[in-house]
Design a protein around this ligand. Sequence first.
Ligand SMILES: Cc1ncc(COP(=O)(O)O)c(C=O)c1O
Length: 379
Amino acid sequence: MLSKRLSGIEESATMKMGSLAKKLQAEGKSVLNFSLGEPDFKTPGHICEAAKRALDLGYTHYTSSAGIGELREAIAEKIREENKVDVSAENVIVTPGAKQAIYELMMGVLDEGDEVILLDPAWVTFESAVKLAGGNPKWVKRLEEGVKYESLESVASENTKMIIINSPNNPVGYVLSDNELKEIAEFAVDHDLLVLSDEIYEKIIYGRKHVSIASFDGMQARTVIINGFSKTYAMTGWRIGYAVAPTTEILEGMLKIQQHSVSCAPSIAQSAALTALSSPQDCVKEMVEQFKRRRDVIVKRLSEIGLRCLNPEGAFYAFVNTSNYGNDMELTERLLKEAYIVVTPGSAFGVAGKDYVRFSFAASIEDILEGMGRIEKMF
Ligand SMILES: Cc1ncc(COP(=O)(O)O)c(C=O)c1O
């Protein structure tokens, strides 16, 4: 009964591991879940209050499909001021989560057989969204080594239409250097490509500065910035994200898909998001400080146990090399069976991840210490 389109699409590995953790917890097992990319903090109180106000005021109907005007304005202002990209509200589409924005972009611009360059390993949804839209992913390895013009060139063809970047990165935690961004930008201009720049972790960054590729010379015209509120404001369940498109053509293409699929992002979440953006950002600072503390603890404990990972410079994932203990699937299974620890196998993110597992450290310090203790005992 299923379409051919679905034949190459896997279930989301991160969501699958998360469900497994919840199932084991429901059975009464003392499970530690390091699989989900979800802040464990509550959504800050003032944002929740804004949602309650929106309910009381009766903002419970469809909004205009691209999002409420004030929110689109506030997002455009944020992009101009923080990301140094000269856009207006007309460039912004508010979506039910960044994921929907990615899906709409793929469905809006890709034709059957178009090729899209992905940096391996990459967050699971990029590959699936490309394939669902009929595109072919082309992988370039970017694990510890940087991205170079020549490596991008080696997979380019006349069918290449887009390159996807994600910095700070899920699952590795790297932040692309200015030099890498420059090479990617030059490559995109030379080959007349669109760039999808997923900047959802821009605020969750440790000691580095986030730079949007759209701010490079000539790049605004070909970059679609994807961002959202899930990670920065601990709002995963609110389903609210956005895209900033370079042209009316692309924005209107995405809008058509939004109109005929979800109509608009949730009205109450949009009101809350407007408050999130326009209020003081102390809550973000506090959460990022805690993520940094957790990053420091997990990296130290992992290395004491003999598990090596790159020091994450952003996002909340440690991508841990498993070579001393078998491949990713073997270690994932062992951690689950022997220590009731749930992680995500690295191969879910691309071939380059096959000797890695991803630990999300969006978990309490207590859980991180308990988990590392269990692993130490297991080894
Ligand atoms: C790189 C990246 N982009 C987008 C998302 C999804 O964001 P949203 O909750 O806004 O759909 C995630 C979630 O894991 C992510 O890691």
